[in-house]
Design a protein around this ligand. Structure first.
Ligand code: AMP
Ligand code: ZN
Length: 113
């Protein structure tokens, strides 16, 4: 999608600190980390958020979670991690291309980030 920051990152038009890539999924380090490990996992195909998951694109969500499991091994997140997806303004979503935050590297709060 034109003018989408994360589409441009997935295509390599905008540089990022890549962590993982396969046919369907791209993952990179968050530019403003909120934990010692903060990785964003996105499908290469654009859709806005968890509120736009359909039978046509839900397999891409599963692909993202397959990638998350691989990244957890690759990054040695042996003691755990948290996955978050913000959807819409009340959740503070700032980039309207669905993404999953992986937060790790410290004891995370028991309720939220
Ligand atoms: P959200 O607020 O859930 O939409 O998450 C968007 C995330 O994208 C934030 O944590 C930002 O720090 C991150 N972000 C924005 N621009 C970039 C970029 N160019 N490279 C890496 N992460 C970014
Ligand atoms: Zn996009």
């Amino acid at each position: 999608m034109e003018n989408c920051l994360f589409c441009k990152i997935a295509s390599g038009d905008i540089p990022s600190s890549k962590v993982y890539e396969d046919e369907n999924v791209f993952a990179f380090r968050d530019i403003a980390p909120q934990a010692p490990v903060h990785i964003l996992v996105i499908p290469k195909t654009h859709f806005a958020s968890a509120g736009e998951v359909t039978p046509e694109n839900s397999a891409l969500v599963a692909k993202c979670f397959e990638a998350i499991a691989k990244i957890a091994v690759q990054e040695k997140l042996d003691t755990g991690f948290r996955v978050i997806s913000n959807c819409g303004p009340d959740a503070g979503q700032t980039v309207p291309h669905i993404h999953f935050h992986i937060l790790a590297g410290k004891k995370l709060g028991e309720k939220m980030v």
